[in-house]
Design a protein. Structure first.
Length: 250
């Protein structure tokens, strides 16, 4: 349907699909203007460890953007230093406790609104319109890009700074990959988990419409999201299933 170049993919917006939470009831189809990329703190910035193996890069765009929460404390240190420490902690947990090759998600947003590269090669892949295979949503890592949002959002909303950066980041990804805002979903839309938390999940229709506004698209009506009725995180960084039988990459 689309050409192989990032420019071809961003010229048209892919049609939305119905998802469990915030199901699409209408669709807007309009060309998106090119958006400036947000500032992304690289792995070198936060002093990432070398991965156990290089990330797998697919010459294709992901078809969904998956919103997560980190299931870590809702800390009030909003500094860039705290954001870097968060990225290192996530990487250590994913590599040492989970036994993965590297950080699972492609992007991370701190409560201070700092956007950071996660899995190795993620930023260069996004810039090329390609997809780094992560480890963030079981059985669907080959076609989804994940954004971890620092905190736990079962009963409270994210900070204004985090929210603003999430909107900016999702608009950038939709523009780069030629995705409709309806492609923005929550982790629970794929797996049995409470992630990204009842409050943040309920905000996804607003997220899609704020992204649509940045892309000069019409607002779209969505059915109201329903609570997952799943238990919250069992421990820090537990946001639910991230690797499944269909995933070949860890």
């Amino acid at each position: 349907m689309f050409g192989d170049s990032p420019l071809d993919r961003r010229t048209l917006l892919r049609g939305g699909v119905t998802v469990t939470g915030g199901a699409l009831l209408g669709v807007a189809a309009t060309a998106s203007p090119a958006l400036a990329a947000p500032m992304v703190h690289t792995r070198a910035d936060w002093n990432a460890r070398p991965p156990k193996s290089p990330a797998t890069v697919l010459n294709q765009a992901p078809d969904h953007i998956v919103v997560h929460h980190t299931a870590s404390a809702n800390q009030t240190d909003y500094s860039v230093a705290a954001a870097y420490a968060l990225s290192r902690s996530i990487q250590n947990f994913h590599m040492d406790s989970n036994g993965w090759a590297d950080t699972g998600q492609q992007l991370t947003i701190s409560r201070g609104g700092h956007l950071m590269e996660g899995r190795n090669r993620s930023l260069s892949a996004i810039q090329a319109g390609d997809h780094v295979v992560g480890a963030h949503v079981a059985n669907h890592n080959s076609h989804t890009i994940g954004i971890e949002n620092e905190g736990i959002y079962m009963t409270v909303a994210p900070t204004a700074a985090l929210w603003a950066k999430l909107v900016e980041t999702c608009a950038w990804l939709c523009d780069v990959y030629g995705l409709s805002p309806s492609a923005i979903v929550g982790h629970r839309d794929y797996n049995a988990t409470a992630c990204p938390g009842d409050v943040l999940y309920a905000m996804l229709p607003d997220l899609r419409n704020e992204v649509a506004a940045k892309l000069n698209l019409a607002r779209v009506r969505y059915s109201p999201p329903k609570p997952s009725r799943m238990p919250g995180p069992r421990h820090t960084f537990d946001h639910g299933p991230a690797i499944g039988p269909a995933d070949r990459v860890r």
